[in-house]
Design a protein around this ligand. Structure first.
Ligand SMILES: Cc1cc2nc3c(=O)[nH]c(=O)nc-3n(C[C@H](O)[C@H](O)[C@H](O)COP(=O)(O)O)c2cc1C
Length: 353
């Protein structure tokens, strides 16, 4: 079940384990570096069904750190195209996706290995958010986005979508979670606006929906289009499953193919509890109300758990992150010899006999 190919439009995922987007903070001027070649080469023949490239900023202000990938100028687009062509030469069967994002008030941050979750003091930039509320103590107050900013941001999403298609990606995912700009619009914790983009759930989701319509129009129907959304803020009086269902149903109406349910991140500390497959039940509740495909993420590197989750209609597929960093070939150690013959590169087969 896990290792059967599954199709979304013309995109054939090799199986139901997708490598989740993971920022490397190692880009130079928004373009991939040698690190990305090394990192992504190690993942492309890992036995996974699909590979999602890290959160990539739709414009410069939308980066999280100075080391984020961005897909907004000619050089960046050319360099991204180059690395995708290189990866295709290593494996032309696995679909490759891009996650596009705007960091909102979480931008202008330090590299996590220098100061995790802290803002830059030097070489910082002005950040933008739905309301002028700082992330937490020590973070700068972002500029409240006005109508011109909204127009500008929509244009950047449109252009990035066009560029991602031109670069040859099979799949595109809009990042609407983890406390970044679109999540900030949706969450009542970060959105205190009293215009048409604030207040009711419908208003708080308006920008997410408007951007999704723009992207849908631009992204080819034969490819795969999704969004990573928030199932819960894990706080009082904030986003809950029913709100996620509302957003997901809107995305379904617009013609999205999938959502990936994540949660947390709107402020540094929430009541999120980490344990094996901790988002599976949340995902089941949301999936029940939807027709589009549903994935989730978070501590799911256990094939029995994935099998059970698919069988119990908790999700259709999973997005796995950290296990691939620790051991890009972890899947090979967890499946039978017979199955391995299908997923292990032929050059490595003798290592598993
Ligand atoms: C180094 C690192 C970078 C990450 N970057 C992103 C990202 O770019 N976009 C995103 O949506 N999630 C990001 N995440 C979250 C992962 O995609 C994943 O959802 C999360 O780690 C939970 O899955 P796991 O338990 O399999 O690691 C990142 C996680 C890690 C460890």
């Amino acid at each position: 079940m896990i290792f059967n190919e599954f199709k979304i439009n013309n995109v054939s995922f090799l199986n139901r384990i997708i490598i989740s987007s993971m920022c490397q903070y190692s880009a130079r001027d928004g373009s991939p570096t040698l690190w990305h070649y090394n990192h992504l080469s190690s993942l492309i023949n890992s036995g996974a069904g699909g590979l999602m490239i890290e959160s990539t900023a739709i414009n410069n202000e939308g980066k999280i750190t100075h080391g984020d990938l961005s897909i907004s100028n000619k050089v960046q687009i050319k360099e991204i195209k180059k690395i995708i062509n290189f990866l295709r030469k290593l494996n032309n069967k696995i679909p490759i996706g891009l996650q596009i994002s705007h960091s909102g008030r979480k931008g202008s941050a330090n590299f996590p290995w220098i100061k995790k979750g802290r803002p830059l003091k030097k070489n910082s930039w002005k950040t933008f958010a739905p309301s002028a509320i700082r992330r937490s103590k020590g973070w700068p107050v972002p500029k409240q986005i006005n109508n011109n900013d909204i127009k500008r941001i929509k244009i950047s999403y449109d252009k990035s979508t066009l560029a991602a298609n031109d670069a040859g990606f099979d799949c595109l995912e809009i990042h609407m979670a983890h406390g970044y700009l679109l999540h900030e619009f949706m969450s009542p914790i970060t959105n205190l606006r009293n215009d048409r983009y604030g207040g009711s759930l419908e208003n708080r989701c308006r920008l997410l929906v408007e951007i999704s319509k723009i992207v849908r129009k631009r992204w080819p129907k034969k490819k795969c289009l999704g969004a990573r959304i928030t199932g819960s803020d894990h706080l009082k009086n904030c986003i809950k499953e029913k709100d996620a269902i509302y957003l997901a149903q809107e995305l379904e109406k617009i013609g999205f193919d999938y959502i990936c349910i994540s949660s947390g991140g709107i402020i540094p500390k929430t009541q999120m509890k980490f344990k094996k497959g901790f988002r599976a039940l949340m995902s089941k509740k949301i999936k029940k109300k939807l027709k589009l495909k549903v994935g989730t993420t978070g501590m799911l590197d256990d094939l029995n758990l994935i099998k059970k989750g698919i069988k119990n209609k908790c999700f259709d597929f999973v997005f796995i992150g950290r296990p691939f960093l620790k051991n890009p070939r972890w899947i090979f150690d967890k499946v039978s010899k017979k199955k391995n013959e299908k997923i292990i590169p032929k050059q490595y087969l003798r290592g598993f006999n």
